[in-house]
Write a protein that binds this ligand. Structure first.
Ligand SMILES: Nc1nc2c(ncn2[C@@H]2O[C@H](COP(=O)(O)OP(=O)(O)OP(=O)(O)O)[C@@H](O)[C@H]2O)c(=O)[nH]1
Ligand SMILES: [Mg+2]
Length: 261
């Protein structure tokens, strides 16, 4: 996991909310690799500790969400698959029916938070600096600022990355993987952990299907090879095609959260 890419070193230190901060530890990558080769056992133990600590905080988050009947969906994808575009449309669609808030995760900038704010939702930007994923403690801190309403929907837009976000439970109800047709049919096979962790797969940018080599049927089959029961919905966040099925899915999950409260 992050001992491989180095972002685990940034855990809890580079994160700032609504600001742009580096911790200056750009040498981390090299250090962790050396450590891994010299002491594989210590590296494994460190990874387990990081994940165990994360899981404990994620469980607290999950309990808090349940107590407040908040539906929480964690959107993951490679960079640029269309998560923010999808959220902009979703916020506009849900407005008037549900209170929607968003936690935006990016290494740098508040660009996505600005877009979400313009679309009409409460938003907090988390900048991870060198980190390549959100973790549960970042969500805990963001919640203190965001204070989402009871029975509302909270979308978490994770850092664009199909690897590490698969391993970090944030306390969400489900992970939604957004893959776009420009990325290639084989992504579920190449990044199986992310697809295995997903509750829903959205195949975005289907308006571009006539122009790219992408086999929707094969991609769906690959997703089901790693996650037998996963739902796959083809959509275009640009044209709106297929989005009704997504809105219905979100609404169904909202009702489930409220009923189980
Ligand atoms: N043709 C087409 N373009 C889209 C669609 N959805 C998003 N885009 C474009 O894809 C680009 C990236 O979209 P974003 O919504 O910023 O993607 P993202 O996943 O939030 O990106 P990161 O946060 O950087 O990971 C933008 O130029 C969008 O206009 C779609 O359904 N069809
Ligand atoms: Mg985005």
């Amino acid at each position: 996991m992050c001992a491989t890419c180095g972002c685990g070193e940034s855990d809890g230190s580079v994160i700032t909310i609504e600001t742009h901060t580096h911790d200056g530890h750009t040498h981390t990558h090299h250090h962790v690799h050396e450590h891994e080769h010299d002491h594989p056992h210590e590296t494994l133990t460190l990874e387990q500790k990081v994940l165990a600590k994360n899981d404990a905080i994620a469980e607290q988050n999950r309990r808090w969400f349940a107590d407040h009947a908040i539906t929480v969906l964690n959107l993951t994808s490679s960079p640029g698959s269309g998560k923010t575009t999808l959220l902009e449309r979703t916020i506009r669609e849900l407005s008037g029916r549900r209170s929607v808030s968003v936690i935006e995760g990016d290494q740098e900038t508040t660009l996505d938070a600005d877009r979400i704010h313009s679309a009409g939702a409460n938003v907090v930007q988390v900048n991870t600096g060198a980190g390549c994923h959100l973790d549960a403690s970042m969500i805990e801190r963001a919640l203190a600022k965001l204070q989402p309403a009871d029975s509302s929907v909270l979308f978490i837009e994770n850092v664009g990355n199909l690897v590490c976000p698969a391993m970090f439970d944030l306390g969400e109800m489900g992970k939604v993987v957004v893959i776009s047709v420009t990325e290639g049919t084989d992504k579920p096979l190449k990044y199986p952990h992310m697809f295995a962790a997903a509750t829903l797969v959205l195949v975005n940018k289907i308006d571009l299907l006539p122009y790219v080599d992408f086999d929707l049927e094969s991609c769906s089959q690959y997703a089901r090879l790693v996650n037998r029961d996963v739902t796959v919905l083809p959509v275009s966040a640009k044209t709106g095609e297929g989005l009704d099925a997504w809105f219905t899915w979100v609404e169904m999950n909202c009702r489930a959260s409220i009923d189980s409260d």
